[in-house]
Ligand binder design. Sequence first.
Ligand code: PBG
Length: 331
Amino acid sequence: MLNNLFPNVRPRRLRKNKTIRDLVSETKLLKSKLIQPLFVSESISEKQPLESMQGQFLFSKNALLEEIEYLQKIGINTIALFPNVSESLKDVNGTNAIDEKNFICKFVSEIKEHFPEVILITDVALDPYTTSGHDGIIRNDVVDNDLTLEALKKMSVNLAEAGSDIIAPSDMMDGRIGAIRESLEQSNNKDTIILSYSAKYSSNFYGPFRDAVGSKKVEGISKASYQMDKRNIEEAIKEAELDLQEGADILMVKPGMPYLDVINKLSTNVSAPVFAYQVSGEYAMLQQAIDKKIFEHNVVPETLISLFRAGSSSVITYYAKWVAENYDNIS
Ligand code: PBG
């Protein structure tokens, strides 16, 4: 049947040259839709290259301010901050996470003082602060959900008061969005946006990130006891619906490319913007292949386009800066 349509139907007509292709293209890659993650430390005085993530750095405070100024100049206006906490400040309960004077809160206030128009996203989870590397507090050999919620509420209010525009719970405790939303309301932080990592999978693609924030050593307990099972997609919808009912504004799928089906399903089934996180392992694989000249650097926009085509509204990617530097025709 289809064969009879030819030669009346010739899809190649719409591929004749770049101008035509641009006219009929369905997906845009815009730098206004890219978010740059940045790793920060208070115990270094200059930026240091990250071994596990070639081309990415651990920033000192001053280097961070310079980097943000530069990112703004090239059109990247949204930043996700991740602290690398020194070992001496970590303990079993991740106590430093709930200290309103901890360095990440101080950095957030200072960034907002210098760059009020930059949108700052801060992560809400205990893993950079616990000696176990877990996202929660351990009691009786499990990551205790309800005990952890108390810490997350305090941490969220601190980060909101320090000036975060968006807080991003990435811990996967049950009921955290409701608990955090209520605490934000009660503390009069009504306009703080919650970007919930709704479908955060227990993934092996986070390895280089755990190196970067120093949360590598996860004891006996598995993160699979709170992060989502890779084999599930229906469950992602359940998590997303719960988070929306509890007061989330934006939902996240993480990792990115290996979970395109999840991005697509969530964005078509739930009424909220869905962001994707192209995580450290995806970045490290691409960088390796690019360094070895197996791939050209142009493979990067292709990976990002796939995330947008699947339905992402915005993407957190370690390539945000690179894209803005290398593609001046996008805006
Ligand atoms: C932890 C957190 C992780 C990432 C973002 N927040 C790692 C983990 O769950 O162990 C991973 C990001 C990346 O790999 O780029 N709360």
